[in-house]
Design a protein around this ligand. Structure first.
Ligand code: S3P
Length: 173
């Protein structure tokens, strides 16, 4: 296990709770939370939606690969990476040796969470159908990179954080 990187990396589809659960977990551990989507927005000065519209998905994915690699090297707290980052083989390889928790979620719970959240350019239009399609396509990749996984359906934020801590403890024992 790589000891100098993030304490944990959270992966999972949009609406799986990476940011909310990650923030609360970081608070509990007294460490910093970092989110590669926010890193990209900060470094470009554009929203993810604007980047997709103005520069296209491929350009976004290049920025995302760089953001993940940098964060894995620099960040020592809790790191959340964008839901589509695992589509890159480079990202999957870079995650090797790190503690990675896959946050899993069903369609209904994801839809509830996404309602109150920032816009996702890849889910525009038929949100339910697109989400399901992306989740089905990526699930094997989340499983591939994860050292453990947690189903967050129906859990409060604190319950989900408890479940992540338990899963991490079980994964090392
Ligand atoms: C994406 C998920 C988003 C963001 C971008 C693309 C995806 O992150 O990186 O909109 O491909 O699923 P979240 O998983 O935080 O929503």
């Amino acid at each position: 296990m790589i000891e100098h990187g993030p304490r944990v990396v959270l992966v999972g589809p949009p609406g799986s709770g990476k940011s909310t659960i990650g923030r609360r977990l970081a608070e509990r551990w007294g460490v910093r939370f970092r989110d590669t989507d926010l890193d990209i927005e900060r470094s470009t000065g554009r929203s993810i939606s604007d980047l997709f519209v103005e520069q296209g998905e491929e350009h976004f994915r290049t920025l995302e690969r760089q953001a993940v690699t940098t964060a894995l090297a620099e960040h020592q707290g809790v790191l959340a990476i964008g839901g589509g980052a695992v589509m890159s083989e480079q990202v999957r390889q870079a995650l090797g040796g790190h503690r990675v928790v896959s946050l899993d979620v069903g369609l209904a719970a994801a839809m509830q969470r996404l309602q109150m959240n920032r816009s996702r350019p890849l889910l525009v239009g038929n949100v339910r159908g697109r989400w399901q399609e992306l989740a089905d396509e990526r699930r094997p990749l989340y499983v591939e990179v994860a050292t453990t996984s947690v189903l967050t359906d129906g859990l409060t934020i604190n319950q989900a954080v408890d479940a992540v801590e338990l899963a991490l403890n079980q994964a090392v024992s």
